[in-house]
Design a protein around this ligand. Structure first.
Ligand code: HEC
Length: 152
């Protein structure tokens, strides 16, 4: 009998801990998304620009940014690539610099270098944003060349 109770208790603890970790992941995703819309979306739109929007953009659309970040970062395996991409974004948002840029030169020529957001974001906030961006952009069906043609 004691064994059965022990088994049931352990199983209950196991179930609760699984549930907590999924919940934690969902919260992190939610926080990263909310922060993106608060701190980045004013310049980086989250859609492919229409022809009418293209001349008025303040910065490259976030799907283009993430396309270049993922394309430019070299790593041996997916976990390493993710880690390096997140580290790149955390550094770039506080210390933007044309020598570090992974975007094409015409992006900087058109928009200028991104201003540092050191004063308005913490590294922890950028880490949450970068995780959200890495998981959600660019969309799998992005026609990057077509988008670039329309923008430049
Ligand atoms: C005031 C406008 C503005 C805001 C706000 C802004 N950015 Fe940018 N960002 C730019 C511009 C302009 C560029 C293109 C020039 C460049 O790459 O520096 C850019 C480029 C980038 C790049 C590509 C860097 C490269 O060149 O390889 C990343 C990554 C990035 N932004 C992330 C973010 C994140 C994350 C946020 C929110 C925390 C954010 N940006 C908020 C203007 C902005």
């Amino acid at each position: 009998m004691k064994r059965i109770i022990l088994f049931i208790s352990l199983f209950a603890i196991f179930l609760t801990s699984c549930n907590q970790s999924t919940r934690k992941k969902a919260t992190v995703e939610h926080e990263g998304k909310a922060l993106f819309y608060r701190k980045c979306n004013v310049c980086h739109i989250d859609t492919r620009p229409t022809k009418e929007q293209a001349p008025y953009l303040l910065a490259p659309p976030i799907m283009g940014v993430m396309y270049h970040v993922k394309d430019g970062i070299k790593a041996d395996n997916p976990a390493d690539k993710r880690k390096k991409a997140i580290a790149f974004i955390m550094d770039y948002v506080h210390n933007p610099d044309s020598t570090k840029s992974l975007c094409e030169a015409h992006a900087i020529k058109r928009f200028g270098i991104m201003p540092s957001l050191k004063a308005s974001t913490t590294q922890e906030e950028i880490r949450l944003i970068a995780n959200y961006l890495y998981d959600n952009f660019p969309p799998a069906d992005l026609d990057h060349e077509g988008m670039e043609k329309e923008m430049h």
